[in-house]
Structures are given as C-alpha cells and as structure tokens.
Write a protein that binds this ligand. Structure first.
Ligand code: AMP
Ligand code: MG
Length: 412
C-alpha cells in the first residue's frame, strides 16, 4: 500500500464512515449531542407585542412636546393582559415582558419619567413610534424551522429547545468506542509496579480524547504481543462501532496487529501516512466496525487521533463540522524542518495584539508526553517546508481545553 498524505487519509476515513441512527433524549441530557431532527417553533415568540423595559406604554404623538403629564390608567405586569385602551393624554404603567395595551405605540423607560401624583406621571422626553417594543414573532414565528438536524447542542440551543417546549428530542446515536493497548512491555494502571515496564498511557489518553468529544468509551485493557491473545482481544473490539488499537502496527517482527485484523475479516484501507509524528497509522473496517491502528508512541497515537479519529467520530455523531478549529499565530522562534512529511509541532498559544503567538512546548520526540500535556495546539508544518523562521505566521490546530485564557483581553 502506498503512503498517503494526511488529507488523503482523512478523506478515505470521512468517505467510509456514516452518521449513526437517531435516539430520543430528554432535554436535560442533551448538552453536547447533535440534533437528529429539524425543530420548529410552536408559537410566535413573543406571542404578542411586549414592552422591552419597565416604564410607560403611551402614544408617541402625545409626547412630542415633552415634558408633558399623562394620566396613568392601568398597571400591567408580565403575565397580565391589559384591559383598557390607551386614549389621547393617557398611558399605562408597564413592566418588561408585559403585553402592550391597545392604543399605545411606544414605551418610555421609567428612568425618563417622574410620578407627579397618584394617577399622573410626567414624561420627560419624546419617543419614537415603536420605541422599546418587542413585536410579536420577532424572535421566532409559529411553524418556522428554528434549528436543523446536525446542529450541535450547546447551551444556547438548549435554551431554544426549551423555548419551543421540546422536552424530548431526537439526537444522533453516539458510536460505541472500544480502546485496546498492545505490547508485552506494558504495565496496566492497576498492575503491580515494575520499574522495567512501560506504563500504559495510551488507553487513558485515548479514553480522555474520546470523552472530550462527549462519548464514554470502553477500555479493553492490554493485549500481549501474542497472535492468539491479540486475536481474542480484537474479536471483542470488533463488537463495537469503532475500535482504537494502539501499538503493534509498525514493521517490528512482533507487530501482529494488522495481519491479525486482516485474518479477522477487517479490510485494511490504508497503512502509513506521510506525517510526523504518527507514520505507522492504519485504518480498516468490517461491515460493522471501523478500526484505527494507532502508533504505539503516546504522542503519535494522540496526534493521529486528532487528525483521523476526531473527524470520523464527529461524522458518526452527526456533526457537520468535522475538523478541529485552526487559528493563525505568529511563531516566536525558528523551527527546523526537512522537506518530507507533514509535521505537527506541540505549541502553547498566548494572546498578543492582533492575535496569537505560538511557542513550542519543548522536546518533540514522539514518546515525550509532557510536551503534549502542555500543548494548546498542534502547529502544522507543511511537508514541503524547508523550515520556519521566527515571526512567520503559522496555522495551529486547537486541542481540547483551549477555550479559556488568563484574562478577558477586550477593551471596553
Ligand atoms: P509499537 O508501535 O508497538 O512498536 O510501540 C512503539 C512505542 O510505543 C514503544 O516504545 C512502546 O513501548 C510504546 N507504547 C506502545 N503502546 C503504549 C502504551 N499503551 N502506552 C505507552 N507507551 C506505549
Ligand atoms: Mg508494541
């Protein structure tokens, strides 16, 4: 099999996977899910013209020559229905969200008025017709599609769903994801300490990456580099919608993952991608399971997850945005690169006038997990690059946990 570019490998994966079916969830459990149906408004919102302020509903023509004094004929709270019509020289005291009475065509906020006596108010300024009125149906119209299938359910969407009384909603089913680590050298998190072993970091780093997408994966543990044991574990993994296997996909004599997968009926779609870290990356499928053979080195496995598993899982979850957000940043130092593979450099991002500055998190070896743990993003060095110089603008793919920063930054 030929070596693919990252984008070619991504395309093969995106074309192979499909969105899952739908299921019903209650609104309180819907955050982070993806709408599997269009949602329509079930009334005009607001249902009638309402006041946007605490103040007085009046006839704008009456106050052209303000200050003037008007008779207060009624007190309308939110939830009341007005019972009187405002005639010339009259007004009604009105609260935010209360229906506008007949006859009134504007609202003046209470701060611009003065109570003169019981039943009379002085209006200190003139108002334009329509001032501080929210018109019927101005935020949504009865029957209008207000949210479409494929919308990710963020807090604002939850608010909208509540506004249209969608107590139960159809969302895309989430793929069931299994994670398997492989290697004789690995020590499980709860195994006895042995200074000569390598702790299994990948199961948990991958678990967290999957969780960060809103899916709870299943850890299948560690399979030793033994074809029979590996086969048993892989068979279990092939019961899931997605199987992530780390290690054992390279060219070592004990790298049994690919041949064992093939023996179990997995059709391998590609192996090896022109990227660094993450070269020995494999992808295949059966009629029910998509299998990602991720490199054993912890950083490689995480970087491959970002490039290949993120778009796959997001497509299966019904999202229309499949890829990580990228931002442009100013590089704070030189970066060496020999024309070869696309490279992903772990960087921190800091805000600066006009954007971001990107700085390497340190040693970029594919097993150096501390430099991944510190990273805000992955800076992309194109394969053809001969190296980058300080001050150049680069593209950085954001990682999870980057939505917050030290200070608010904005000027007021
Ligand atoms: P492999 O792809 O199996 O040749 O593994 C490449 C490197 O990654 C080796 O140094 C392994 O010890 C290491 N490695 C493999 N799996 C894991 C894991 N689950 N956690 C931490 N390191 C691993
Ligand atoms: Mg191995």
């Amino acid at each position: 099999m030929e070596h693919l570019k990252v984008s070619e490998a991504q395309q093969i994966i995106i074309d192979a996977v499909a969105t899952m079916g739908v299921e019903s969830v209650v609104l309180a459990q819907s955050l982070g899910r993806v709408l599997g149906e269009d949602i329509c408004a079930n009334r005009d919102q607001p249902p009638y013209d309402v006041s946007a302020m605490d103040g007085y509903a009046l006839r704008s023509a009456d106050v052209v020559n303000a200050p003037v004094t008007l008779e207060v004929i009624e007190d309308i709270k939110a939830g009341d229905m007005p019972s009187k019509t405002v005639q010339a020289g009259q007004c009604a005291r009105i609260m935010t969200g209360a229906p506008l009475p007949q006859g009134a065509d504007a609202v003046l906020r209470v701060e611009d008025t003065q109570v003169v006596s019981d039943g009379r108010v002085q209006i200190n300024c003139s108002v334009k017709l329509g001032n501080d009125i929210r018109y019927r149906g101005e935020s949504m119209r009865d029957g209008e599609v207000v949210l479409t299938a494929g919308t990710e359910i963020v807090p604002g969407v939850v608010g909208m769903l509540a506004m249209v009384k969608a107590a139960n909603i159809k969302v895309y089913r989430q793929p069931r994801v299994a994670i398997l680590s492989t290697g004789d050298e690995l020590e499980g998190l709860h195994d006895a300490f042995d200074a000569n072993k390598i702790p299994d970091a990948n199961s948990y780093a991958l678990m967290a990456q999957v969780q960060a997408l809103g899916i709870q994966p299943v850890l299948l543990g560690i399979a030793r580099d033994d074809p029979d044991e590996l086969r048993r574990h892989l068979q279990t993994g092939l019961q899931y919608d997605v199987l992530l296997v780390s290690g054992g996909t390279s060219v070592g004599v004990h790298d049994y993952v690919r041949p064992t997968l093939e023996a179990l009926g997995v059709q391998m779609k590609f192996w090896r991608v022109e990227m660094k870290p993450g070269h020995p990356m494999a992808f295949g499928s059966t009629d029910k399971t998509f299998v990602f053979g991720l490199p054993g080195n912890p950083v490689s496995s995480m970087v491959c997850f970002e490039q290949f598993v993120v778009p796959a899982l997001r497509r299966m979850m019904g999202c229309s945005r499949l890829h990580r957000r990228t931002v442009v940043a100013r590089l704070t130092h030189d970066v060496k690169h020999k024309k070869s593979r696309t490279e992903f450099v772990r960087v921190t991002l800091s805000s600066e006038e006009g954007g971001y500055a990107a700085t390497s998190t340190g040693s970029q070896g594919s097993a150096i997990l501390p430099s991944m743990a510190k990273a805000d993003g992955l800076m992309v060095v194109p394969s053809a690059s001969q190296g980058l110089a300080a001050g150049e603008h680069v593209l950085v793919q954001l990682l999870d946990g980057t939505a917050f920063q030290d200070s608010a930054d904005f000027k007021e």
